[in-house]
Design a protein around this ligand. Structure first.
Ligand code: PGA
Length: 256
């Protein structure tokens, strides 16, 4: 049976001191947790401290972005090499906010995925359609383009290490998540696309596909009961340690 995944992106919500305080609060609520794969993604500057605090828990720490180059004249960027030295395994790639505000494209995602995998990291790769694309009925086309370009020249053994985070852009930062039936349908399609790209796959069952976008205490249960939702990627609702702990308990109890 698959282990459910509970990932959290802290975006730029917390300062370093706030991130440290939040990590301490999480540590007091969660220590050993072998039923769920857990990770949190603080800002770069907080990674070392948050990791030190969470080191004796089962909450892994990762980064929200990285450069596709190993080293060189890339002012303001952070390499996978540096992230690896920090001892972290997870790195988020292609979040819609990075695509919208910082020029991330399917092509740069492909380069970053290859670089992260070269360092044996587990990329959390975000995909999802915008509101107008959904209205025009283009969701599946968008999924196909984003996935086909991003996994180009990535071998099956590496493609399996990626966590595919389906995050419809119109459902991020809202009051409620996308309808679980809708998510299930799209995620089933994502699995099918991956199975077509990797014929040695067992119908895409090995791939990790999670949902993100306004996940909260009120909707997480229904989401994680769906057969093609392997877990959740949470923003705002993970910033309060009590809510984090409650979401974790729901995932443990209700995951299919
Ligand atoms: P949200 O963020 O849970 O605050 O909607 C989700 C995300 O962007 O990953």
């Amino acid at each position: 049976m698959k282990k459910p995944i509970f990932g959290c992106g802290w975006k730029m919500y917390l300062s370093d001191n706030e991130a440290i305080a939040h990590a301490e609060a999480l540590k007091s609520k969660v220590s050993r947790e072998d039923q769920v794969e857990l990770y949190v993604l603080p800002s770069f500057t907080a990674i070392r401290d948050v990791k030190r605090i969470l080191d004796d828990t089962d909450i892994n720490v990762g980064a929200q972005n990285m450069c596709w180059e190993d080293k060189g004249a890339y002012t303001g960027e952070v390499s996978a090499r540096s992230l690896k030295e920090l001892g972290i395994k997870y790195v988020e790639i292609g979040h819609s906010e990075r695509r919208e505000f910082f020029g991330e494209t399917d092509e740069t995602c492909n380069k970053k995925l290859k670089e992260a995998l070269k360092y044996d990291m587990a990329p959390v790769f975000c995909i999802g359609e915008k509101a107008d694309e959904k209205e025009k009925g283009l969701t599946k086309e968008v999924m196909q383009r984003q996935i086909y370009v991003a996994v180009q020249d990535i071998a099956f053994k590496d493609a399996k290490k990626i966590i595919y985070a389906y995050e419809p852009v119109w459902a991020i930062g809202k009051d409620d998540a996308a309808d679980p039936e809708y998510v299930e349908d799209v995620q089933k399609y994502i699995r099918k696309l991956l199975a077509e790209l990797y014929p040695s796959s067992d119908q895409g069952t090995e791939f990790k596909v999670v949902y993100g976008g306004s996940v909260s205490l009120k909707n997480v249960s229904e989401l994680v009961q769906k057969p093609n939702i392997d877990g959740v990627f949470v923003g705002r609702s993970s910033l309060d340690a009590s809510s984090y702990k409650k979401i974790l308990e729901i995932i443990k109890n209700d995951f299919r």
